[in-house]
Design a protein around this ligand. Structure first.
Ligand SMILES: [Zn+2]
Ligand SMILES: [Zn+2]
Length: 401
């Protein structure tokens, strides 16, 4: 059966529900502009012999008839282009997943290195791929789109860990839950966090409940079962400064520990251990004994960082500009983050092999040279290990012996 819209025959490709559909759809949309739609000449019902002509508004609540696309053989130029694009996207996704899921390395992807301070950086997001597991730490604004751009296998996220509930660490949690499901996640998605994680996750689940039902009703529960979508909260009881193992699978151990980010209680950091290698996620914190201890001998410390010099300069500038409100906000920020000098000393004393700067305060754009000048250089002056002033989407690979 054919579907004719305004007199033009349209082949609706039977595309799988997947992230690559977006790319194909844009090609189809652009191509459609060149087709040149003619006026509808036939308003009769569809039949095998005569395509359905839809010419005019549908009553509210009535769907366009559900008809499979007629796939010509050989395919139309448009469909052939779509096939090529689909194949290229699938190949790229498979290659990316294979690289990330290597069993002989741990790969860290800095999917978001920004903060609430406006810049082109995505907010907090760090993905760790270890022994076939995909562990996500925080999901601030833009995290989901950043992960899709970086071709992370988001339908296979094994667990999300939240450091604390500031918006720049959780704003995209709902999208991570929803998109991973829409794109094909069929397993439960656990979300770990401190005491209020149940409230936060229940909130996102409630917000997306209508969307879940819409999609299930539209596409069918065999493809999108709304029971799979909601995330499952896992409360981490106070792990103290000494930390406690909160996740253990296939030889991978995740330890949560308290960090210092007052007045936020609790604020957590995480340490991932596997095959004698370790990756530490600082969360938001000042210099504090727990982070020092947990970073001891770490292969990678993914840490937040702040330039006190810049913030003090901005605060003074705002005062001169008679903007006491913003001057105070900037002053307050200085009280609960770790400065470049303190971080450099911590990493040096803890013998951290690679220090990755994320959650950069202030957040300059990804390729702004001031990152090197104002954040990295002061650290290099003290810390002798490898320093990565991370950009969004950067991959750091730890080879296993
Ligand atoms: Zn915070
Ligand atoms: Zn933050």
């Amino acid at each position: 059966m054919h579907l004719r819209i305004n007199g033009s025959r349209v082949t609706r490709a039977a595309l799988p529900v997947g992230w690559h559909v977006v790319a194909a759809a844009s090609i189809l949309a652009v191509a459609a502009l060149t087709v040149g739609l003619s006026a509808c000449s036939d308003t009769s019902r569809a039949s095998d012999a005569e395509p359905l002509c839809i010419d005019g508004a549908l009553p509210i609540g009535e769907r366009t008839p559900l008809i499979d696309a007629v796939c010509a053989d050989p395919p139309s130029a448009l469909s052939a282009a779509a096939e090529q694009q689909q194949r290229a996207n699938a190949d790229a996704a498979a290659a990316s997943a294979a690289e990330l899921q290597r069993r002989d390395a741990i790969t860290i992807v800095t999917c978001g290195t920004g903060t609430p301070i406006p810049s082109d950086r995505v907010q907090a997001c760090t993905a760790v791929f270890v022994n076939g597991l995909f562990l996500l730490f925080d999901a601030g604004d833009g995290a989901q789109r950043s992960m899709e751009r970086s071709l992370l296998p988001i339908t296979e996220i094994d667990a999300v860990f939240l450091t604390h509930f500031h918006s720049d660490h959780i704003a995209d949690v709902g999208e991570v839950i929803s998109r991973s499901w829409i794109l094909g996640r069929t397993a439960e998605l656990p979300v770990y966090g401190g005491e209020a994680v149940q409230r936060v996750v229940d909130g996102f689940n409630a917000v997306y409940a209508l969307d879940d039902k819409y999609r299930e009703t539209h596409h069918g529960e065999d493809i999108l079962n709304s029971r799979v979508e909601p995330a499952v909260p896992h409360t981490i009881d106070d792990p103290g400064a000494e930390g406690r193992v909160v996740f253990e699978r296939d030889g991978v151990r995740v330890t949560a520990f308290r960090v210092n980010h007052p007045p936020i209680e609790p604020a957590l950091g995480y340490r991932i251990d596997y095959a004698g290698k370790s990756v530490v996620i600082s969360g938001d914190t000042t210099d504090t004994a727990s982070l020092r201890g947990m970073s001891e001998g770490a292969d990678v410390l993914v840490s937040e960082v702040m330039s006190r010099d810049v913030l003090e300069a901005v605060e003074c500038a705002l005062k001169r500009l008679d903007d006491p409100r913003n001057a105070r906000l900037i002053r307050d920020i200085r009280t609960y983050h770790i400065g470049t000098t303190e971080l450099a000393g911590l990493a040096q004393n803890a013998r951290v092999r690679t220090l990755v700067l994320t959650h950069q305060v202030p957040s300059f754009d990804n390729d702004d040279p001031r990152v090197e000048l104002l954040l990295a250089a002061p650290i290099r002056a003290i810390y002798s290990g490898e320093l990565v002033a991370a950009q969004d989407g950067q991959r750091i690979v730890v080879e296993l012996e």
